[in-house]
Write a protein that binds this ligand. Structure first.
Ligand SMILES: NC(=O)c1ccc[n+]([C@@H]2O[C@H](COP(=O)([O-])OP(=O)(O)OC[C@H]3O[C@@H](n4cnc5c(N)ncnc54)[C@H](O)[C@@H]3O)[C@@H](O)[C@H]2O)c1
Length: 321
């Protein structure tokens, strides 16, 4: 696979940069394409080419896709709350963007794509663990854009022979323990980066939404999948597609629910001090329990998450590099 060239759309972002790092380790040629809206300079690698451009710019996409063997598609907006306030932005960026990517792949004869989907396609879980056959019923516009992109992928497979891996991430967490990825997320919306900001004194306190859920400690349970495990899964999915494997839709999670309080306790243990926490009422739309059944990824890709210990995930996130 050494000579294969991979175009990584959104490769300067949090998950994208971890995948680029893994691709470089495996000797792929990598072209990162990112408009740097949330991507970071520190996440760019000397060994990867870089184009600063938008997926809404079709002529830039056409140029970037010259000589490319496969596309990995991270570029997108991902803030659930923002998607409900500004659906136009999410429709344009995530949906028009996806159409541009697929149409340009057709024009350039590129047949393989890996797409960052999300557990948000399921909506409120009707049962846990959530497997890939769970009904698809997103409750926010962000999740809708992910589901519609999956549907586009299915049609472009049927009609144009594009083979895809739609990877439904649960809660991406952690940082590369070897410190290869340096950039920190700006204006984070997720628990761990918010804890990091509280630990650094950039935020006054951590708000925990809901302590009266029907869970062992009353706080929500989520499935925190380490970003290095996500990176490994992407490379395995890429290799499967390049080897002629059929399209696939896979959950990527650990299969274990971890509570907000457990994450806070792990952070406090790592930091050796208490964090300021404020307990707030439940937020509408937050399910009590959400975790994956990830057996299909194990069967199809032979993938197994390595970071299953909460302390490891949390410390890799909070460790200063
Ligand atoms: N982080 C999670 O827990 C999670 C969970 C499920 C799915 N996802 C999906 O995974 C993908 C990557 O997420 P992330 O956490 O790394 O987010 P991120 O914001 O760090 O990365 C997204 C990258 O895409 C770039 N980008 C955005 N719009 C673009 C455009 N129009 N043209 C070119 N580049 C553009 C950004 O600059 C950024 O570098 C997203 O599609 C997200 O929806 C993330």
């Amino acid at each position: 696979m050494e000579n294969k060239k991979i175009l990584v759309l959104g490769g300067a972002g949090y998950i994208g940069a971890h995948v680029v790092s893994e691709l470089l380790k495996k000797q792929y040629k990598v072209l990162v394409y990112d408009n740097m809206s949330t991507g970071q300079k520190e996440n760019l690698f000397d060994k990867a080419e870089f184009i600063n451009a938008d997926i809404l710019d079709v002529s830039a996409l056409e140029k970037a896709m010259d000589g490319v063997d496969a596309v990995i598609f991270f570029a997108g907006k991902k803030a659930v709350g923002e998607s409900m306030l500004n659906p136009e932005l999410y429709a344009r960026n995530n949906l028009v963007g996806a159409v541009n990517v697929l149409n340009t792949m057709c024009a350039k004869g590129i047949k393989n794509i890996i797409f960052s989907s999300s557990a948000a396609v399921y909506g409120i879980p009707q049962y846990v663990p959530v497997d890939e056959k769970h009904p698809l019923n997103p409750i926010n516009f962000y999740g809708f854009t992910k589901l519609e992109t999956e549907r586009l992928l299915e049609w472009y497979d049927k009609l144009k022979g594009i083979k895809y891996a739609a990877l439904r991430y649960f809660n991406a967490a952690g940082y590369d323990p070897d410190g290869r990825v340096k950039g920190r997320e700006q204006n984070p919306q997720n628990l761990l980066p918010i804890i990091a900001e509280v630990a650094d004194g950039k935020r006054k306190c951590l708000q925990v939404f809901g302590t009266d859920y029907d869970t062992p400690d009353g706080t929500c349970l989520r499935d925190y999948i380490h970003v290095n495990d996500l990176a490994t899964a992407h490379v395995l999915a890429l290799e499967a597609l390049l080897d002629g494997h059929d399209s696939m839709t896979l959950n990527l999670g650990t299969g274990k629910g971890v509570s907000v309080k457990e994450i806070v306790a792990a952070a406090e243990k790592f930091l050796g001090r208490k964090l300021p926490v404020e307990y707030a009422p439940r937020r509408p739309g937050d399910p009590a329990i959400l975790y994956a059944k990830a057996d299909r990824a194990k069967q199809v890709l032979g993938w197994q998450p390595k970071f299953v210990n909460v302390d490891e995930v949390v410390s890799s996130f909070l460790k200063k590099h």
